[in-house]
Design a protein around this ligand. Structure first.
Ligand code: SAM
Length: 390
């Protein structure tokens, strides 16, 4: 894409470079946190599909370094402004907070609010440049072996390579994130389908490692059957919202499911041979009215209990309506935030910034090497070759 393209002038693209984020996606996670207070009481996190690593950077800066972004920064700013308005000035017990800056708690002698026992594991198909305090794994989230590798990275003493997975109830993770995206083909239906399969892989993984009460946030493309995905997620989480951060282009189908309060349905046993989302079987979802009252799962709904005790609903054309449920749509990000669909004109004297983290092994690396080595056709840009032909 050319430098003058809309993408390059996108406010978040430039802001990410200015603030040292590896990708503009960092703002999506920050804006989701601003709305949902995602990181409250969270110390152990798995970041799936993490490369180049801007979400991991957010995790590292919030959980390891104790920097203050998101909801807490916003709340404290409100309190401070109110205090100033009421004449208490800056000497109250509210720390000096500026969004995105280090948070120092005045009551605790200016210490950063670092958390104890923080463990963060990041996984991606692509290699990812190292980030301090984060364990990075090169792996495929659709592969069953990845779960054990994650558990081993989190607790090397508990999970040995040849021992199976932990018993349920000992699951060690507070939050699972997945910003997974396939290579876009441009065929909408196919892209939406592949994206949903990535989401299901992330969900199946999350179901095995999340603590009761844990949270799951994943990218979703809002295709025509997205309500089926919401309903399936609602089987496992007390609340499911569809979040659209301001930094995610309004013109894009992209959104994020924010699932909170993980609870394995009674009688539901995860079957590796029949992962959730594969085929036409799903756990029995709550009915709308009851779900809203938080009453959980309904007895008496048409269901099959298999020999292994797994309760599933048969998804046939009669029962499909029961499977659908619309998640509340929540726009995130302060209205004062930049608009990702707008084109902002930059000053003439602006300096073009280098990428924060150049790709470690980009697919075009070999072509660049050849160009350098051979010259000739390989040594020329497409523009130059085209000019010669004319
Ligand atoms: N959250 C990241 C960040 O903030 O830098 C950006 C993620 S990027 C939009 C999507 C990533 O999904 C890509 O790096 C891609 O390699 C990864 N991905 C796609 N399919 C995957 C799979 N099956 N297993 C692991 N990672 C996958």
């Amino acid at each position: 894409m050319g430098k003058s393209s809309k993408d390059k002038r996108d406010a978040y693209y430039r802001l990410a470079k200015e603030q040292g984020w590896r990708a503009r996606s960092a703002f999506k996670l920050l804006q989701i946190d601003e709305r949902f207070d995602l990181f409250r009481d969270v110390t152990r996190v798995v970041d799936l599909c993490a490369a180049p690593g801007s979400w991991s950077q957010v995790l590292s800066r919030v959980l390891i370094k104790g920097e203050n972004f998101g909801r807490r920064a916003w709340e404290e700013k409100q309190v401070r402004e109110r205090k100033i308005a009421y004449g208490e000035g800056k000497d109250g017990n509210v720390g000096e907070v500026e969004d995105g800056k280090e948070h120092r708690d005045q009551d605790k002698g200016g210490e950063l609010r670092q958390r104890e026992g923080v463990k963060i594991v990041a996984v991606d198909l692509q290699p990812m440049a190292h980030l301090e305090g984060i364990t990075t794994l090169k792996g495929d989230i659709t592969h069953p072996a990845t779960i054990l590798r994650i558990l081993q990275a989190l607790d090397p003493d508990t999970y040995k390579p040849d021992e199976g997975q932990g018993e349920s109830g000992t699951n060690p993770v507070d939050l699972v994130l997945s910003d997974g995206a396939p290579d876009i083909t441009g065929l909408h239906d196919l892209d939406i389908y592949i994206q949903s399969q990535l989401l299901y892989s992330a969900l199946n993984l999350a179901l095995k490692i999340l603590k009761p009460g844990g949270k799951f946030v994943a990218k979703v493309f809002r295709g025509k059957d997205v309500d089926l995905i919401y309903a399936q997620l609602r089987c496992f989480f007390k609340s499911v919202d569809c979040a659209k951060p301001r930094s995610s282009r309004a013109s894009s189908l992209e959104a994020f499911v924010v699932c909170q309060g993980f609870e394995m349905p009674k009688g539901f046993v995860l079957d590796p041979a029949r992962p959730v989302g594969l085929g036409a079987q799903v756990p029995v979802p709550p009915k709308k009215s009851k779900a809203e009252k938080g009453e959980g799962f309904i007895d008496g709904q048409k269901r099959t209990v298999r020999d292994d005790g797994t309760a599933v609903a048969e998804l046939d054309s009669d029962s499909e309506d029961d499977m659908r449920w619309i998640a509340p749509f929540v726009a995130c990000g302060d209205l004062s935030a930049w608009d990702s669909d707008a084109t902002y004109h930059l000053p003439k004297d602006r300096v073009s910034l280098d990428p924060v983290q150049p790709p470690t092994a980009p697919p075009y690396k070999r072509a660049l090497e050849l160009r350098r080595q051979r010259g000739g056709l390989y040594g020329k840009t497409t523009k130059e070759v085209r000019k010669e032909k004319e």
